[in-house]
Ligand binder design. Structure first.
Ligand SMILES: CC(C)(COP(=O)(O)OP(=O)(O)OC[C@H]1O[C@@H](n2cnc3c(N)ncnc32)[C@H](O)[C@@H]1OP(=O)(O)O)[C@@H](O)C(=O)NCCC(=O)NCCS
Length: 166
């Protein structure tokens, strides 16, 4: 298996995978909108591809903001049912963190499971001074500081625009 950036032609397979991984259609709709958004970052739209060239996992990370500064919003992430719990999600997370670090980004922020994402270094965002768009998300709203973080980056988090249409 390899992790690589999305290529033209991958999108139907990515969307089918996301529809299979999530019980509701909201995530696939969100990804369609993120593909078309100004906040789309091609280097952070990653697929996990098997030796047989099947796409088994996908993660997208898009431009976001903390106060007046830039950040990244990670998600959705999905692994094809039947291939979950084999390390594919972890490989996608590690590749995203590595790529974002290379890009000089400051932080990655996400909303997700407090069981899963802390293993990659994510901590409650409010502990880093990052205010959630929705306080009811509590500790599920998490952030990871990268090497590009500079002191003073805190404030209200703003996702890419399509997240406002959920
Ligand atoms: C979440 C997801 C991307 C993880 O990918 P994966 O390839 O299955 O994960 P990995 O193999 O890297 O890691 C497996 C570990 O994560 C845990 N895990 C997987 N999904 C989890 C979840 N939703 N909540 C909590 N823990 C989860 C497993 O129990 C396992 O734990 P262990 O290492 O202690 O045994 C995948 O399960 C998935 O696509 N789920 C459906 C869509 C979804 O819920 N996406 C995330 C939205 S926040």
């Amino acid at each position: 298996m390899i992790i690589r950036a999305e290529r033209p032609g991958d999108r139907p397979e990515i969307l089918a995978l996301v529809e299979a991984a999530f019980p509701q259609p909201a995530e696939a709709k969100l990804i369609r909108e993120l593909f078309a958004s100004r906040e789309y970052l091609p280097a952070l739209s990653l697929v996990a591809e098997s030796d047989r060239q099947e796409i088994l996992g996908y993660v997208i990370t898009t431009r976001a903001w903390i106060g007046a500064g830039t950040s990244l919003g990670l998600g959705p992430i999905a692994v094809l049912p039947g291939y979950q719990k084999q390390g594919i999600g972890s490989a996608l997370m590690e590749a995203t963190i590595a790529a974002a670090t290379t890009m000089g980004e400051s932080t990655i922020v996400l909303l997700g499971s407090t069981e899963y994402f802390p293993r990659f270094g994510f901590v409650p965002a409010d502990s880093l001074g990052i205010a959630s768009p929705d306080p009811s998300w509590g500790s599920h709203f998490m952030a990871l500081r990268l090497e590009g973080f500079v002191a003073g980056q805190h404030g209200h988090f703003k996702y890419a625009d399509p997240f406002n249409h959920l």
